[in-house]
Write a protein that binds this ligand. Structure first.
Ligand code: SAH
Length: 241
């Protein structure tokens, strides 16, 4: 079972999401387990201080190294286990980074995620723990809780057996099933809504034709919206798939 351990100053914010929907079901089914640890429990003074003003002056508070380092050391089973620091300066998360993080996590049986807050975490915590910095995009959030949850969701849904329908996961955007491109459009009942009809081919029950249509639509969307994702073999005017 994959153990996912989150260190945060706001454990309730993280726990609620981890109990919900597919993330929660994965834990209830025993495929993953979550441990959410309050970094404040590792504060070293009686006021339970976790942050302080920056050396050199300036605005904002910095999370202190000792509580972060000691918190991580207390929860991890193995000092070679991967530790991720959420940071806008990290490697940008995408599906392949999610799979890479999953592989590392499965190799060690655990993945530790540290949520920064305020102005960030004392640089020495990152160095001492050899944390891998991961960003969820080029914008700055007020804390690492949402990024950690994004990273966890991206990883957990790729754990074998978490999604009931493996074929569904394998044809989502950015997966090999879509050649790394976007997914096709989807429809469900009713067949006509406000005058808009479901594409006829989807109602035929002809699976080969339906698959071909989906592949074409997925490839078309990818070319239109994300030409950067179009692989060399799919480029050019004749690209159906
Ligand atoms: N001073 C930092 C930003 C700190 S934001 C800088 O300018 O680079 C506070 C915390 O929120 C960070 O420590 C990080 O844990 C989290 N965070 C903010 N934006 C993020 C993003 N895009 N991806 C991942 N984590 C982020």
């Amino acid at each position: 079972m994959l153990e996912i351990k989150v260190l945060t100053l706001f454990p309730d914010m993280v726990r609620t999401v981890l109990e919900t929907s597919i993330l929660g079901r994965a834990a209830r089914q025993g495929q993953v387990s979550y441990t959410v640890t309050d970094i404040r429990d590792f504060a070293v003074d009686k006021h339970r201080t976790v942050d302080d003003t920056p050396y050199g002056g300036g605005a904002g508070m910095i999370m202190m190294a000792p509580c972060v380092v000691e918190g991580v050391e207390a929860v991890r089973r193995d000092d070679r286990s991967p530790v991720v620091l959420t940071s806008p300066q990290g490697e940008r998360l995408d599906e392949s980074l999610a799979l890479d993080l999953l592989a590392g996590a499965e190799a060690h049986g655990e993945l530790i995620l540290v949520c920064g807050h305020y102005k960030g975490v004392d640089e020495r915590a990152r160095e001492l723990l050899a944390m891998r910095e991961v960003s969820i995009g080029d914008y700055v959030l007020s804390g690492g809780e949402l990024p950690a949850l994004v990273i966890i969701d991206a990883i957990v849904r790729r754990v074998d057996g978490v999604l009931h329908d493996a074929a569904s996961a394998a044809s989502d955007s950015f997966t090999d099933g879509r050649d790394g491109g976007l997914d096709c459009p989807h429809y469900t009942r009713p067949p006509v809504y406000r005058g808009l009809e479901v594409p006829e081919v989807l109602l035929t029950g002809h699976h080969a034709k339906i698959d071909a249509w989906r592949c074409e639509e997925a490839a078309r969307r990818t070319r239109e919206r994300r030409p950067d994702l179009v692989g060399e073999r799919d480029r050019g005017p004749e690209t159906g798939h």
